[in-house]
Design a protein around this ligand. Sequence first.
Ligand code: ADP
Ligand code: MG
Length: 357
Amino acid sequence: METAVFRLEGVTKRYGDLVALDNATMEAGSNEYISFLGPSGSGKTTLLRVIAGFEAPETGRVIFEGRDITNLPAHERGIGFVFQNFALFPHLSVIANVGFGLRYGKSPQPEAEIDRRAHEMIDLVGLKGLEDRGVDQISGGQRQRVALARTLAMQPRLVLLDEPLGALDANLRGRMRTELRAIRERLGVTFLHVTGSENEALAMGDRVVVLDRGRIIQTGRATEIYDSPNSPDVAHFLNRFNLFDGTFRAGYFEGPFGRIPAPGARRADRDVYAIRYDRMRAVAPGSAVQGPALKATWIASEYLGSAIVNFFETDGGRVVEMEQHLSLGAPQTFEPRQDCLLTWNPEQAIVFGREAA
Ligand code: ADP
Ligand code: MG
């Protein structure tokens, strides 16, 4: 990576007995977009609050632009943030909200400059024409953009976003993603973006940081994380893999689909077989398949626009998902409770084993 603009070094944050952040270390380059992915309670908000300066860590340091800011008050850090429950000033117009920090902040700007920058930011987030509206007279998605514009107007070099798109409907969320990407390219700002959505994390981030119970368990480019999760937990959080328990021994994995070769297994703290939803195939029962064969009955399907997901239930009562991209041709159709055999190319599986090299 190019020079790090921002670094966390061994940061631990406790609330009583609970370790919300456990020795977290990471860095971000200038103009980098980093997504944080992790289940609820994994410490994502705490991490951003420590960086913003709203929480003091018990141990570790926060370095920003070469300076140790661990003990610097939040308002002196020059870090922008948009949290999920962003608060706008309800009695002020859009433009007054966007210009608020420039007018009343640490270094107040001349009126003409406030006006110029506020207009520029409003334009940037696509709210031109709404400058004089009250913020109670615009939609939730538009309010979200006002919050973003208000933050960006302060020209921070680092922007923290805590699930800012969570409250938006899918359509608006998609548009905001595109806008965030464009903004980042125009302004050259580093973004740290917390999202509960694995799709958003993979789509937005140059790099993805995966959190679990306060620990950073994997960091990498989105494609690396997706193609190569380093543990069963990461594979689970990506929400794109069927995960099977079983036994890995001497290069083979024995699971509900039989005993199959598992070359290239990765060492982990438990034996888990992971196969992506879009790698599964369903064939008629009794078909001759080489490799894995998992008996299952079809229970439901879900149309996703560009793909269809079929849900199957195994004899053991497990739900297994199979995703078919519609660009690959007409999808298979199934009858309720239709019996099938699920199979896949074992070379496409990711196998975790205690005995793996
Ligand atoms: P996330 O944003 O990933 O959902 P949080 O960072 O909000 O997770 O929380 C991490 C853990 O710390 C959770 O178990 C949460 O209950 C706890 N926690 C967060 N804030 C506080 C607080 N102010 N007091 C006590 N516990 C807290
Ligand atoms: Mg949170």
